[in-house]
Ligand binder design. Structure first.
Ligand code: E4P
Length: 215
């Protein structure tokens, strides 16, 4: 399973990359706005920090606008891939970009049929938003189970399931059990994933015993 980090904060990306577990980055307009920095310089800095794909999202709502933005974004760095929303124009852009060999992450997926359409349109990644489904009283992980099973019924589909809107370590481990290809995880959740109280207690005990060893 691949781990992406869901942030545009360069310090968070540096820290996650230093753990040796980072396979890519996802950004979105809200995450970019949160940095208070310019889009292009932020993306270029991020792209230099990671080997894997960095998703950069278009903000145009029409096909031509999406294509124009995408064509510019891919000149910013070799590892930029384009994030388009799951709309009719987004699917058209996905088809056109993937036909040209450009990686596409189709975002804002909330149903299994949307995921099927993205796969048909040649998406590299489909991003179902589990946390936002949980927020409206649905179980986001049910959608992941459905998409993973649907895609596995058709071995010619090579779109990867990228679990997005991750809100807890539980979302990550359930995604892995279901066989999702990727989870894009906020920095705070990555930190929670390696913490365990018994690990801390264990270290404390080992160090206390070590202090008793004659030096
Ligand atoms: C995915 O690529 C999105 O950037 C992200 O996961 C959205 O998460 P949120 O619902 O916490 O905003």
């Amino acid at each position: 399973m691949k781990f992406f980090i869901d942030t545009a904060d360069v310090d968070e990306i540096k820290e996650a990359a230093s753990l040796g577990i980072l396979d890519g980055v996802t950004t979105n307009p809200s995450l970019i706005a949160k940095t208070g920095r310019k889009h292009k310089e932020t993306i270029q800095e991020i792209c230099a920090l990671v080997d894997g794909p960095v998703s950069v999202e278009v903000t145009s709502e029409d096909f031509e606008g999406m294509m124009k933005e995408a064509r510019e974004f891919v000149t910013w760095a070799d590892n930029v891939i384009i994030k388009v929303p799951l709309t009719a124009d987004g699917l058209k852009a996905c088809k056109a970009l993937s036909t040209d060999g450009i990686g596409v992450n189709v975002t804002l997926c909330f149903s299994a049929n949307q995921a099927l359409l993205a796969a048909k349109a040649g998406a590299t990644y489909i991003s179902p938003f589990v946390g936002r489904l949980d927020d409206i009283g649905r179980d986001g992980m049910d959608l992941i189970a459905d998409i993973v099973q649907m895609y596995s019924n058709y071995p010619d589909i090579d779109t990867q399931v990228l679990v997005a809107s991750v809100r807890s370590p539980d979302h990550v481990h359930k995604s892995a059990l279901l066989g999702a290809h990727v989870a894009t995880i906020p920095f705070g959740i990555i930190n929670k994933m390696f913490k365990h109280p018994l690990t801390d207690i264990g270290i404390e005990k080992f160090l206390a015993d070590w202090a008793k060893v004659p030096k």
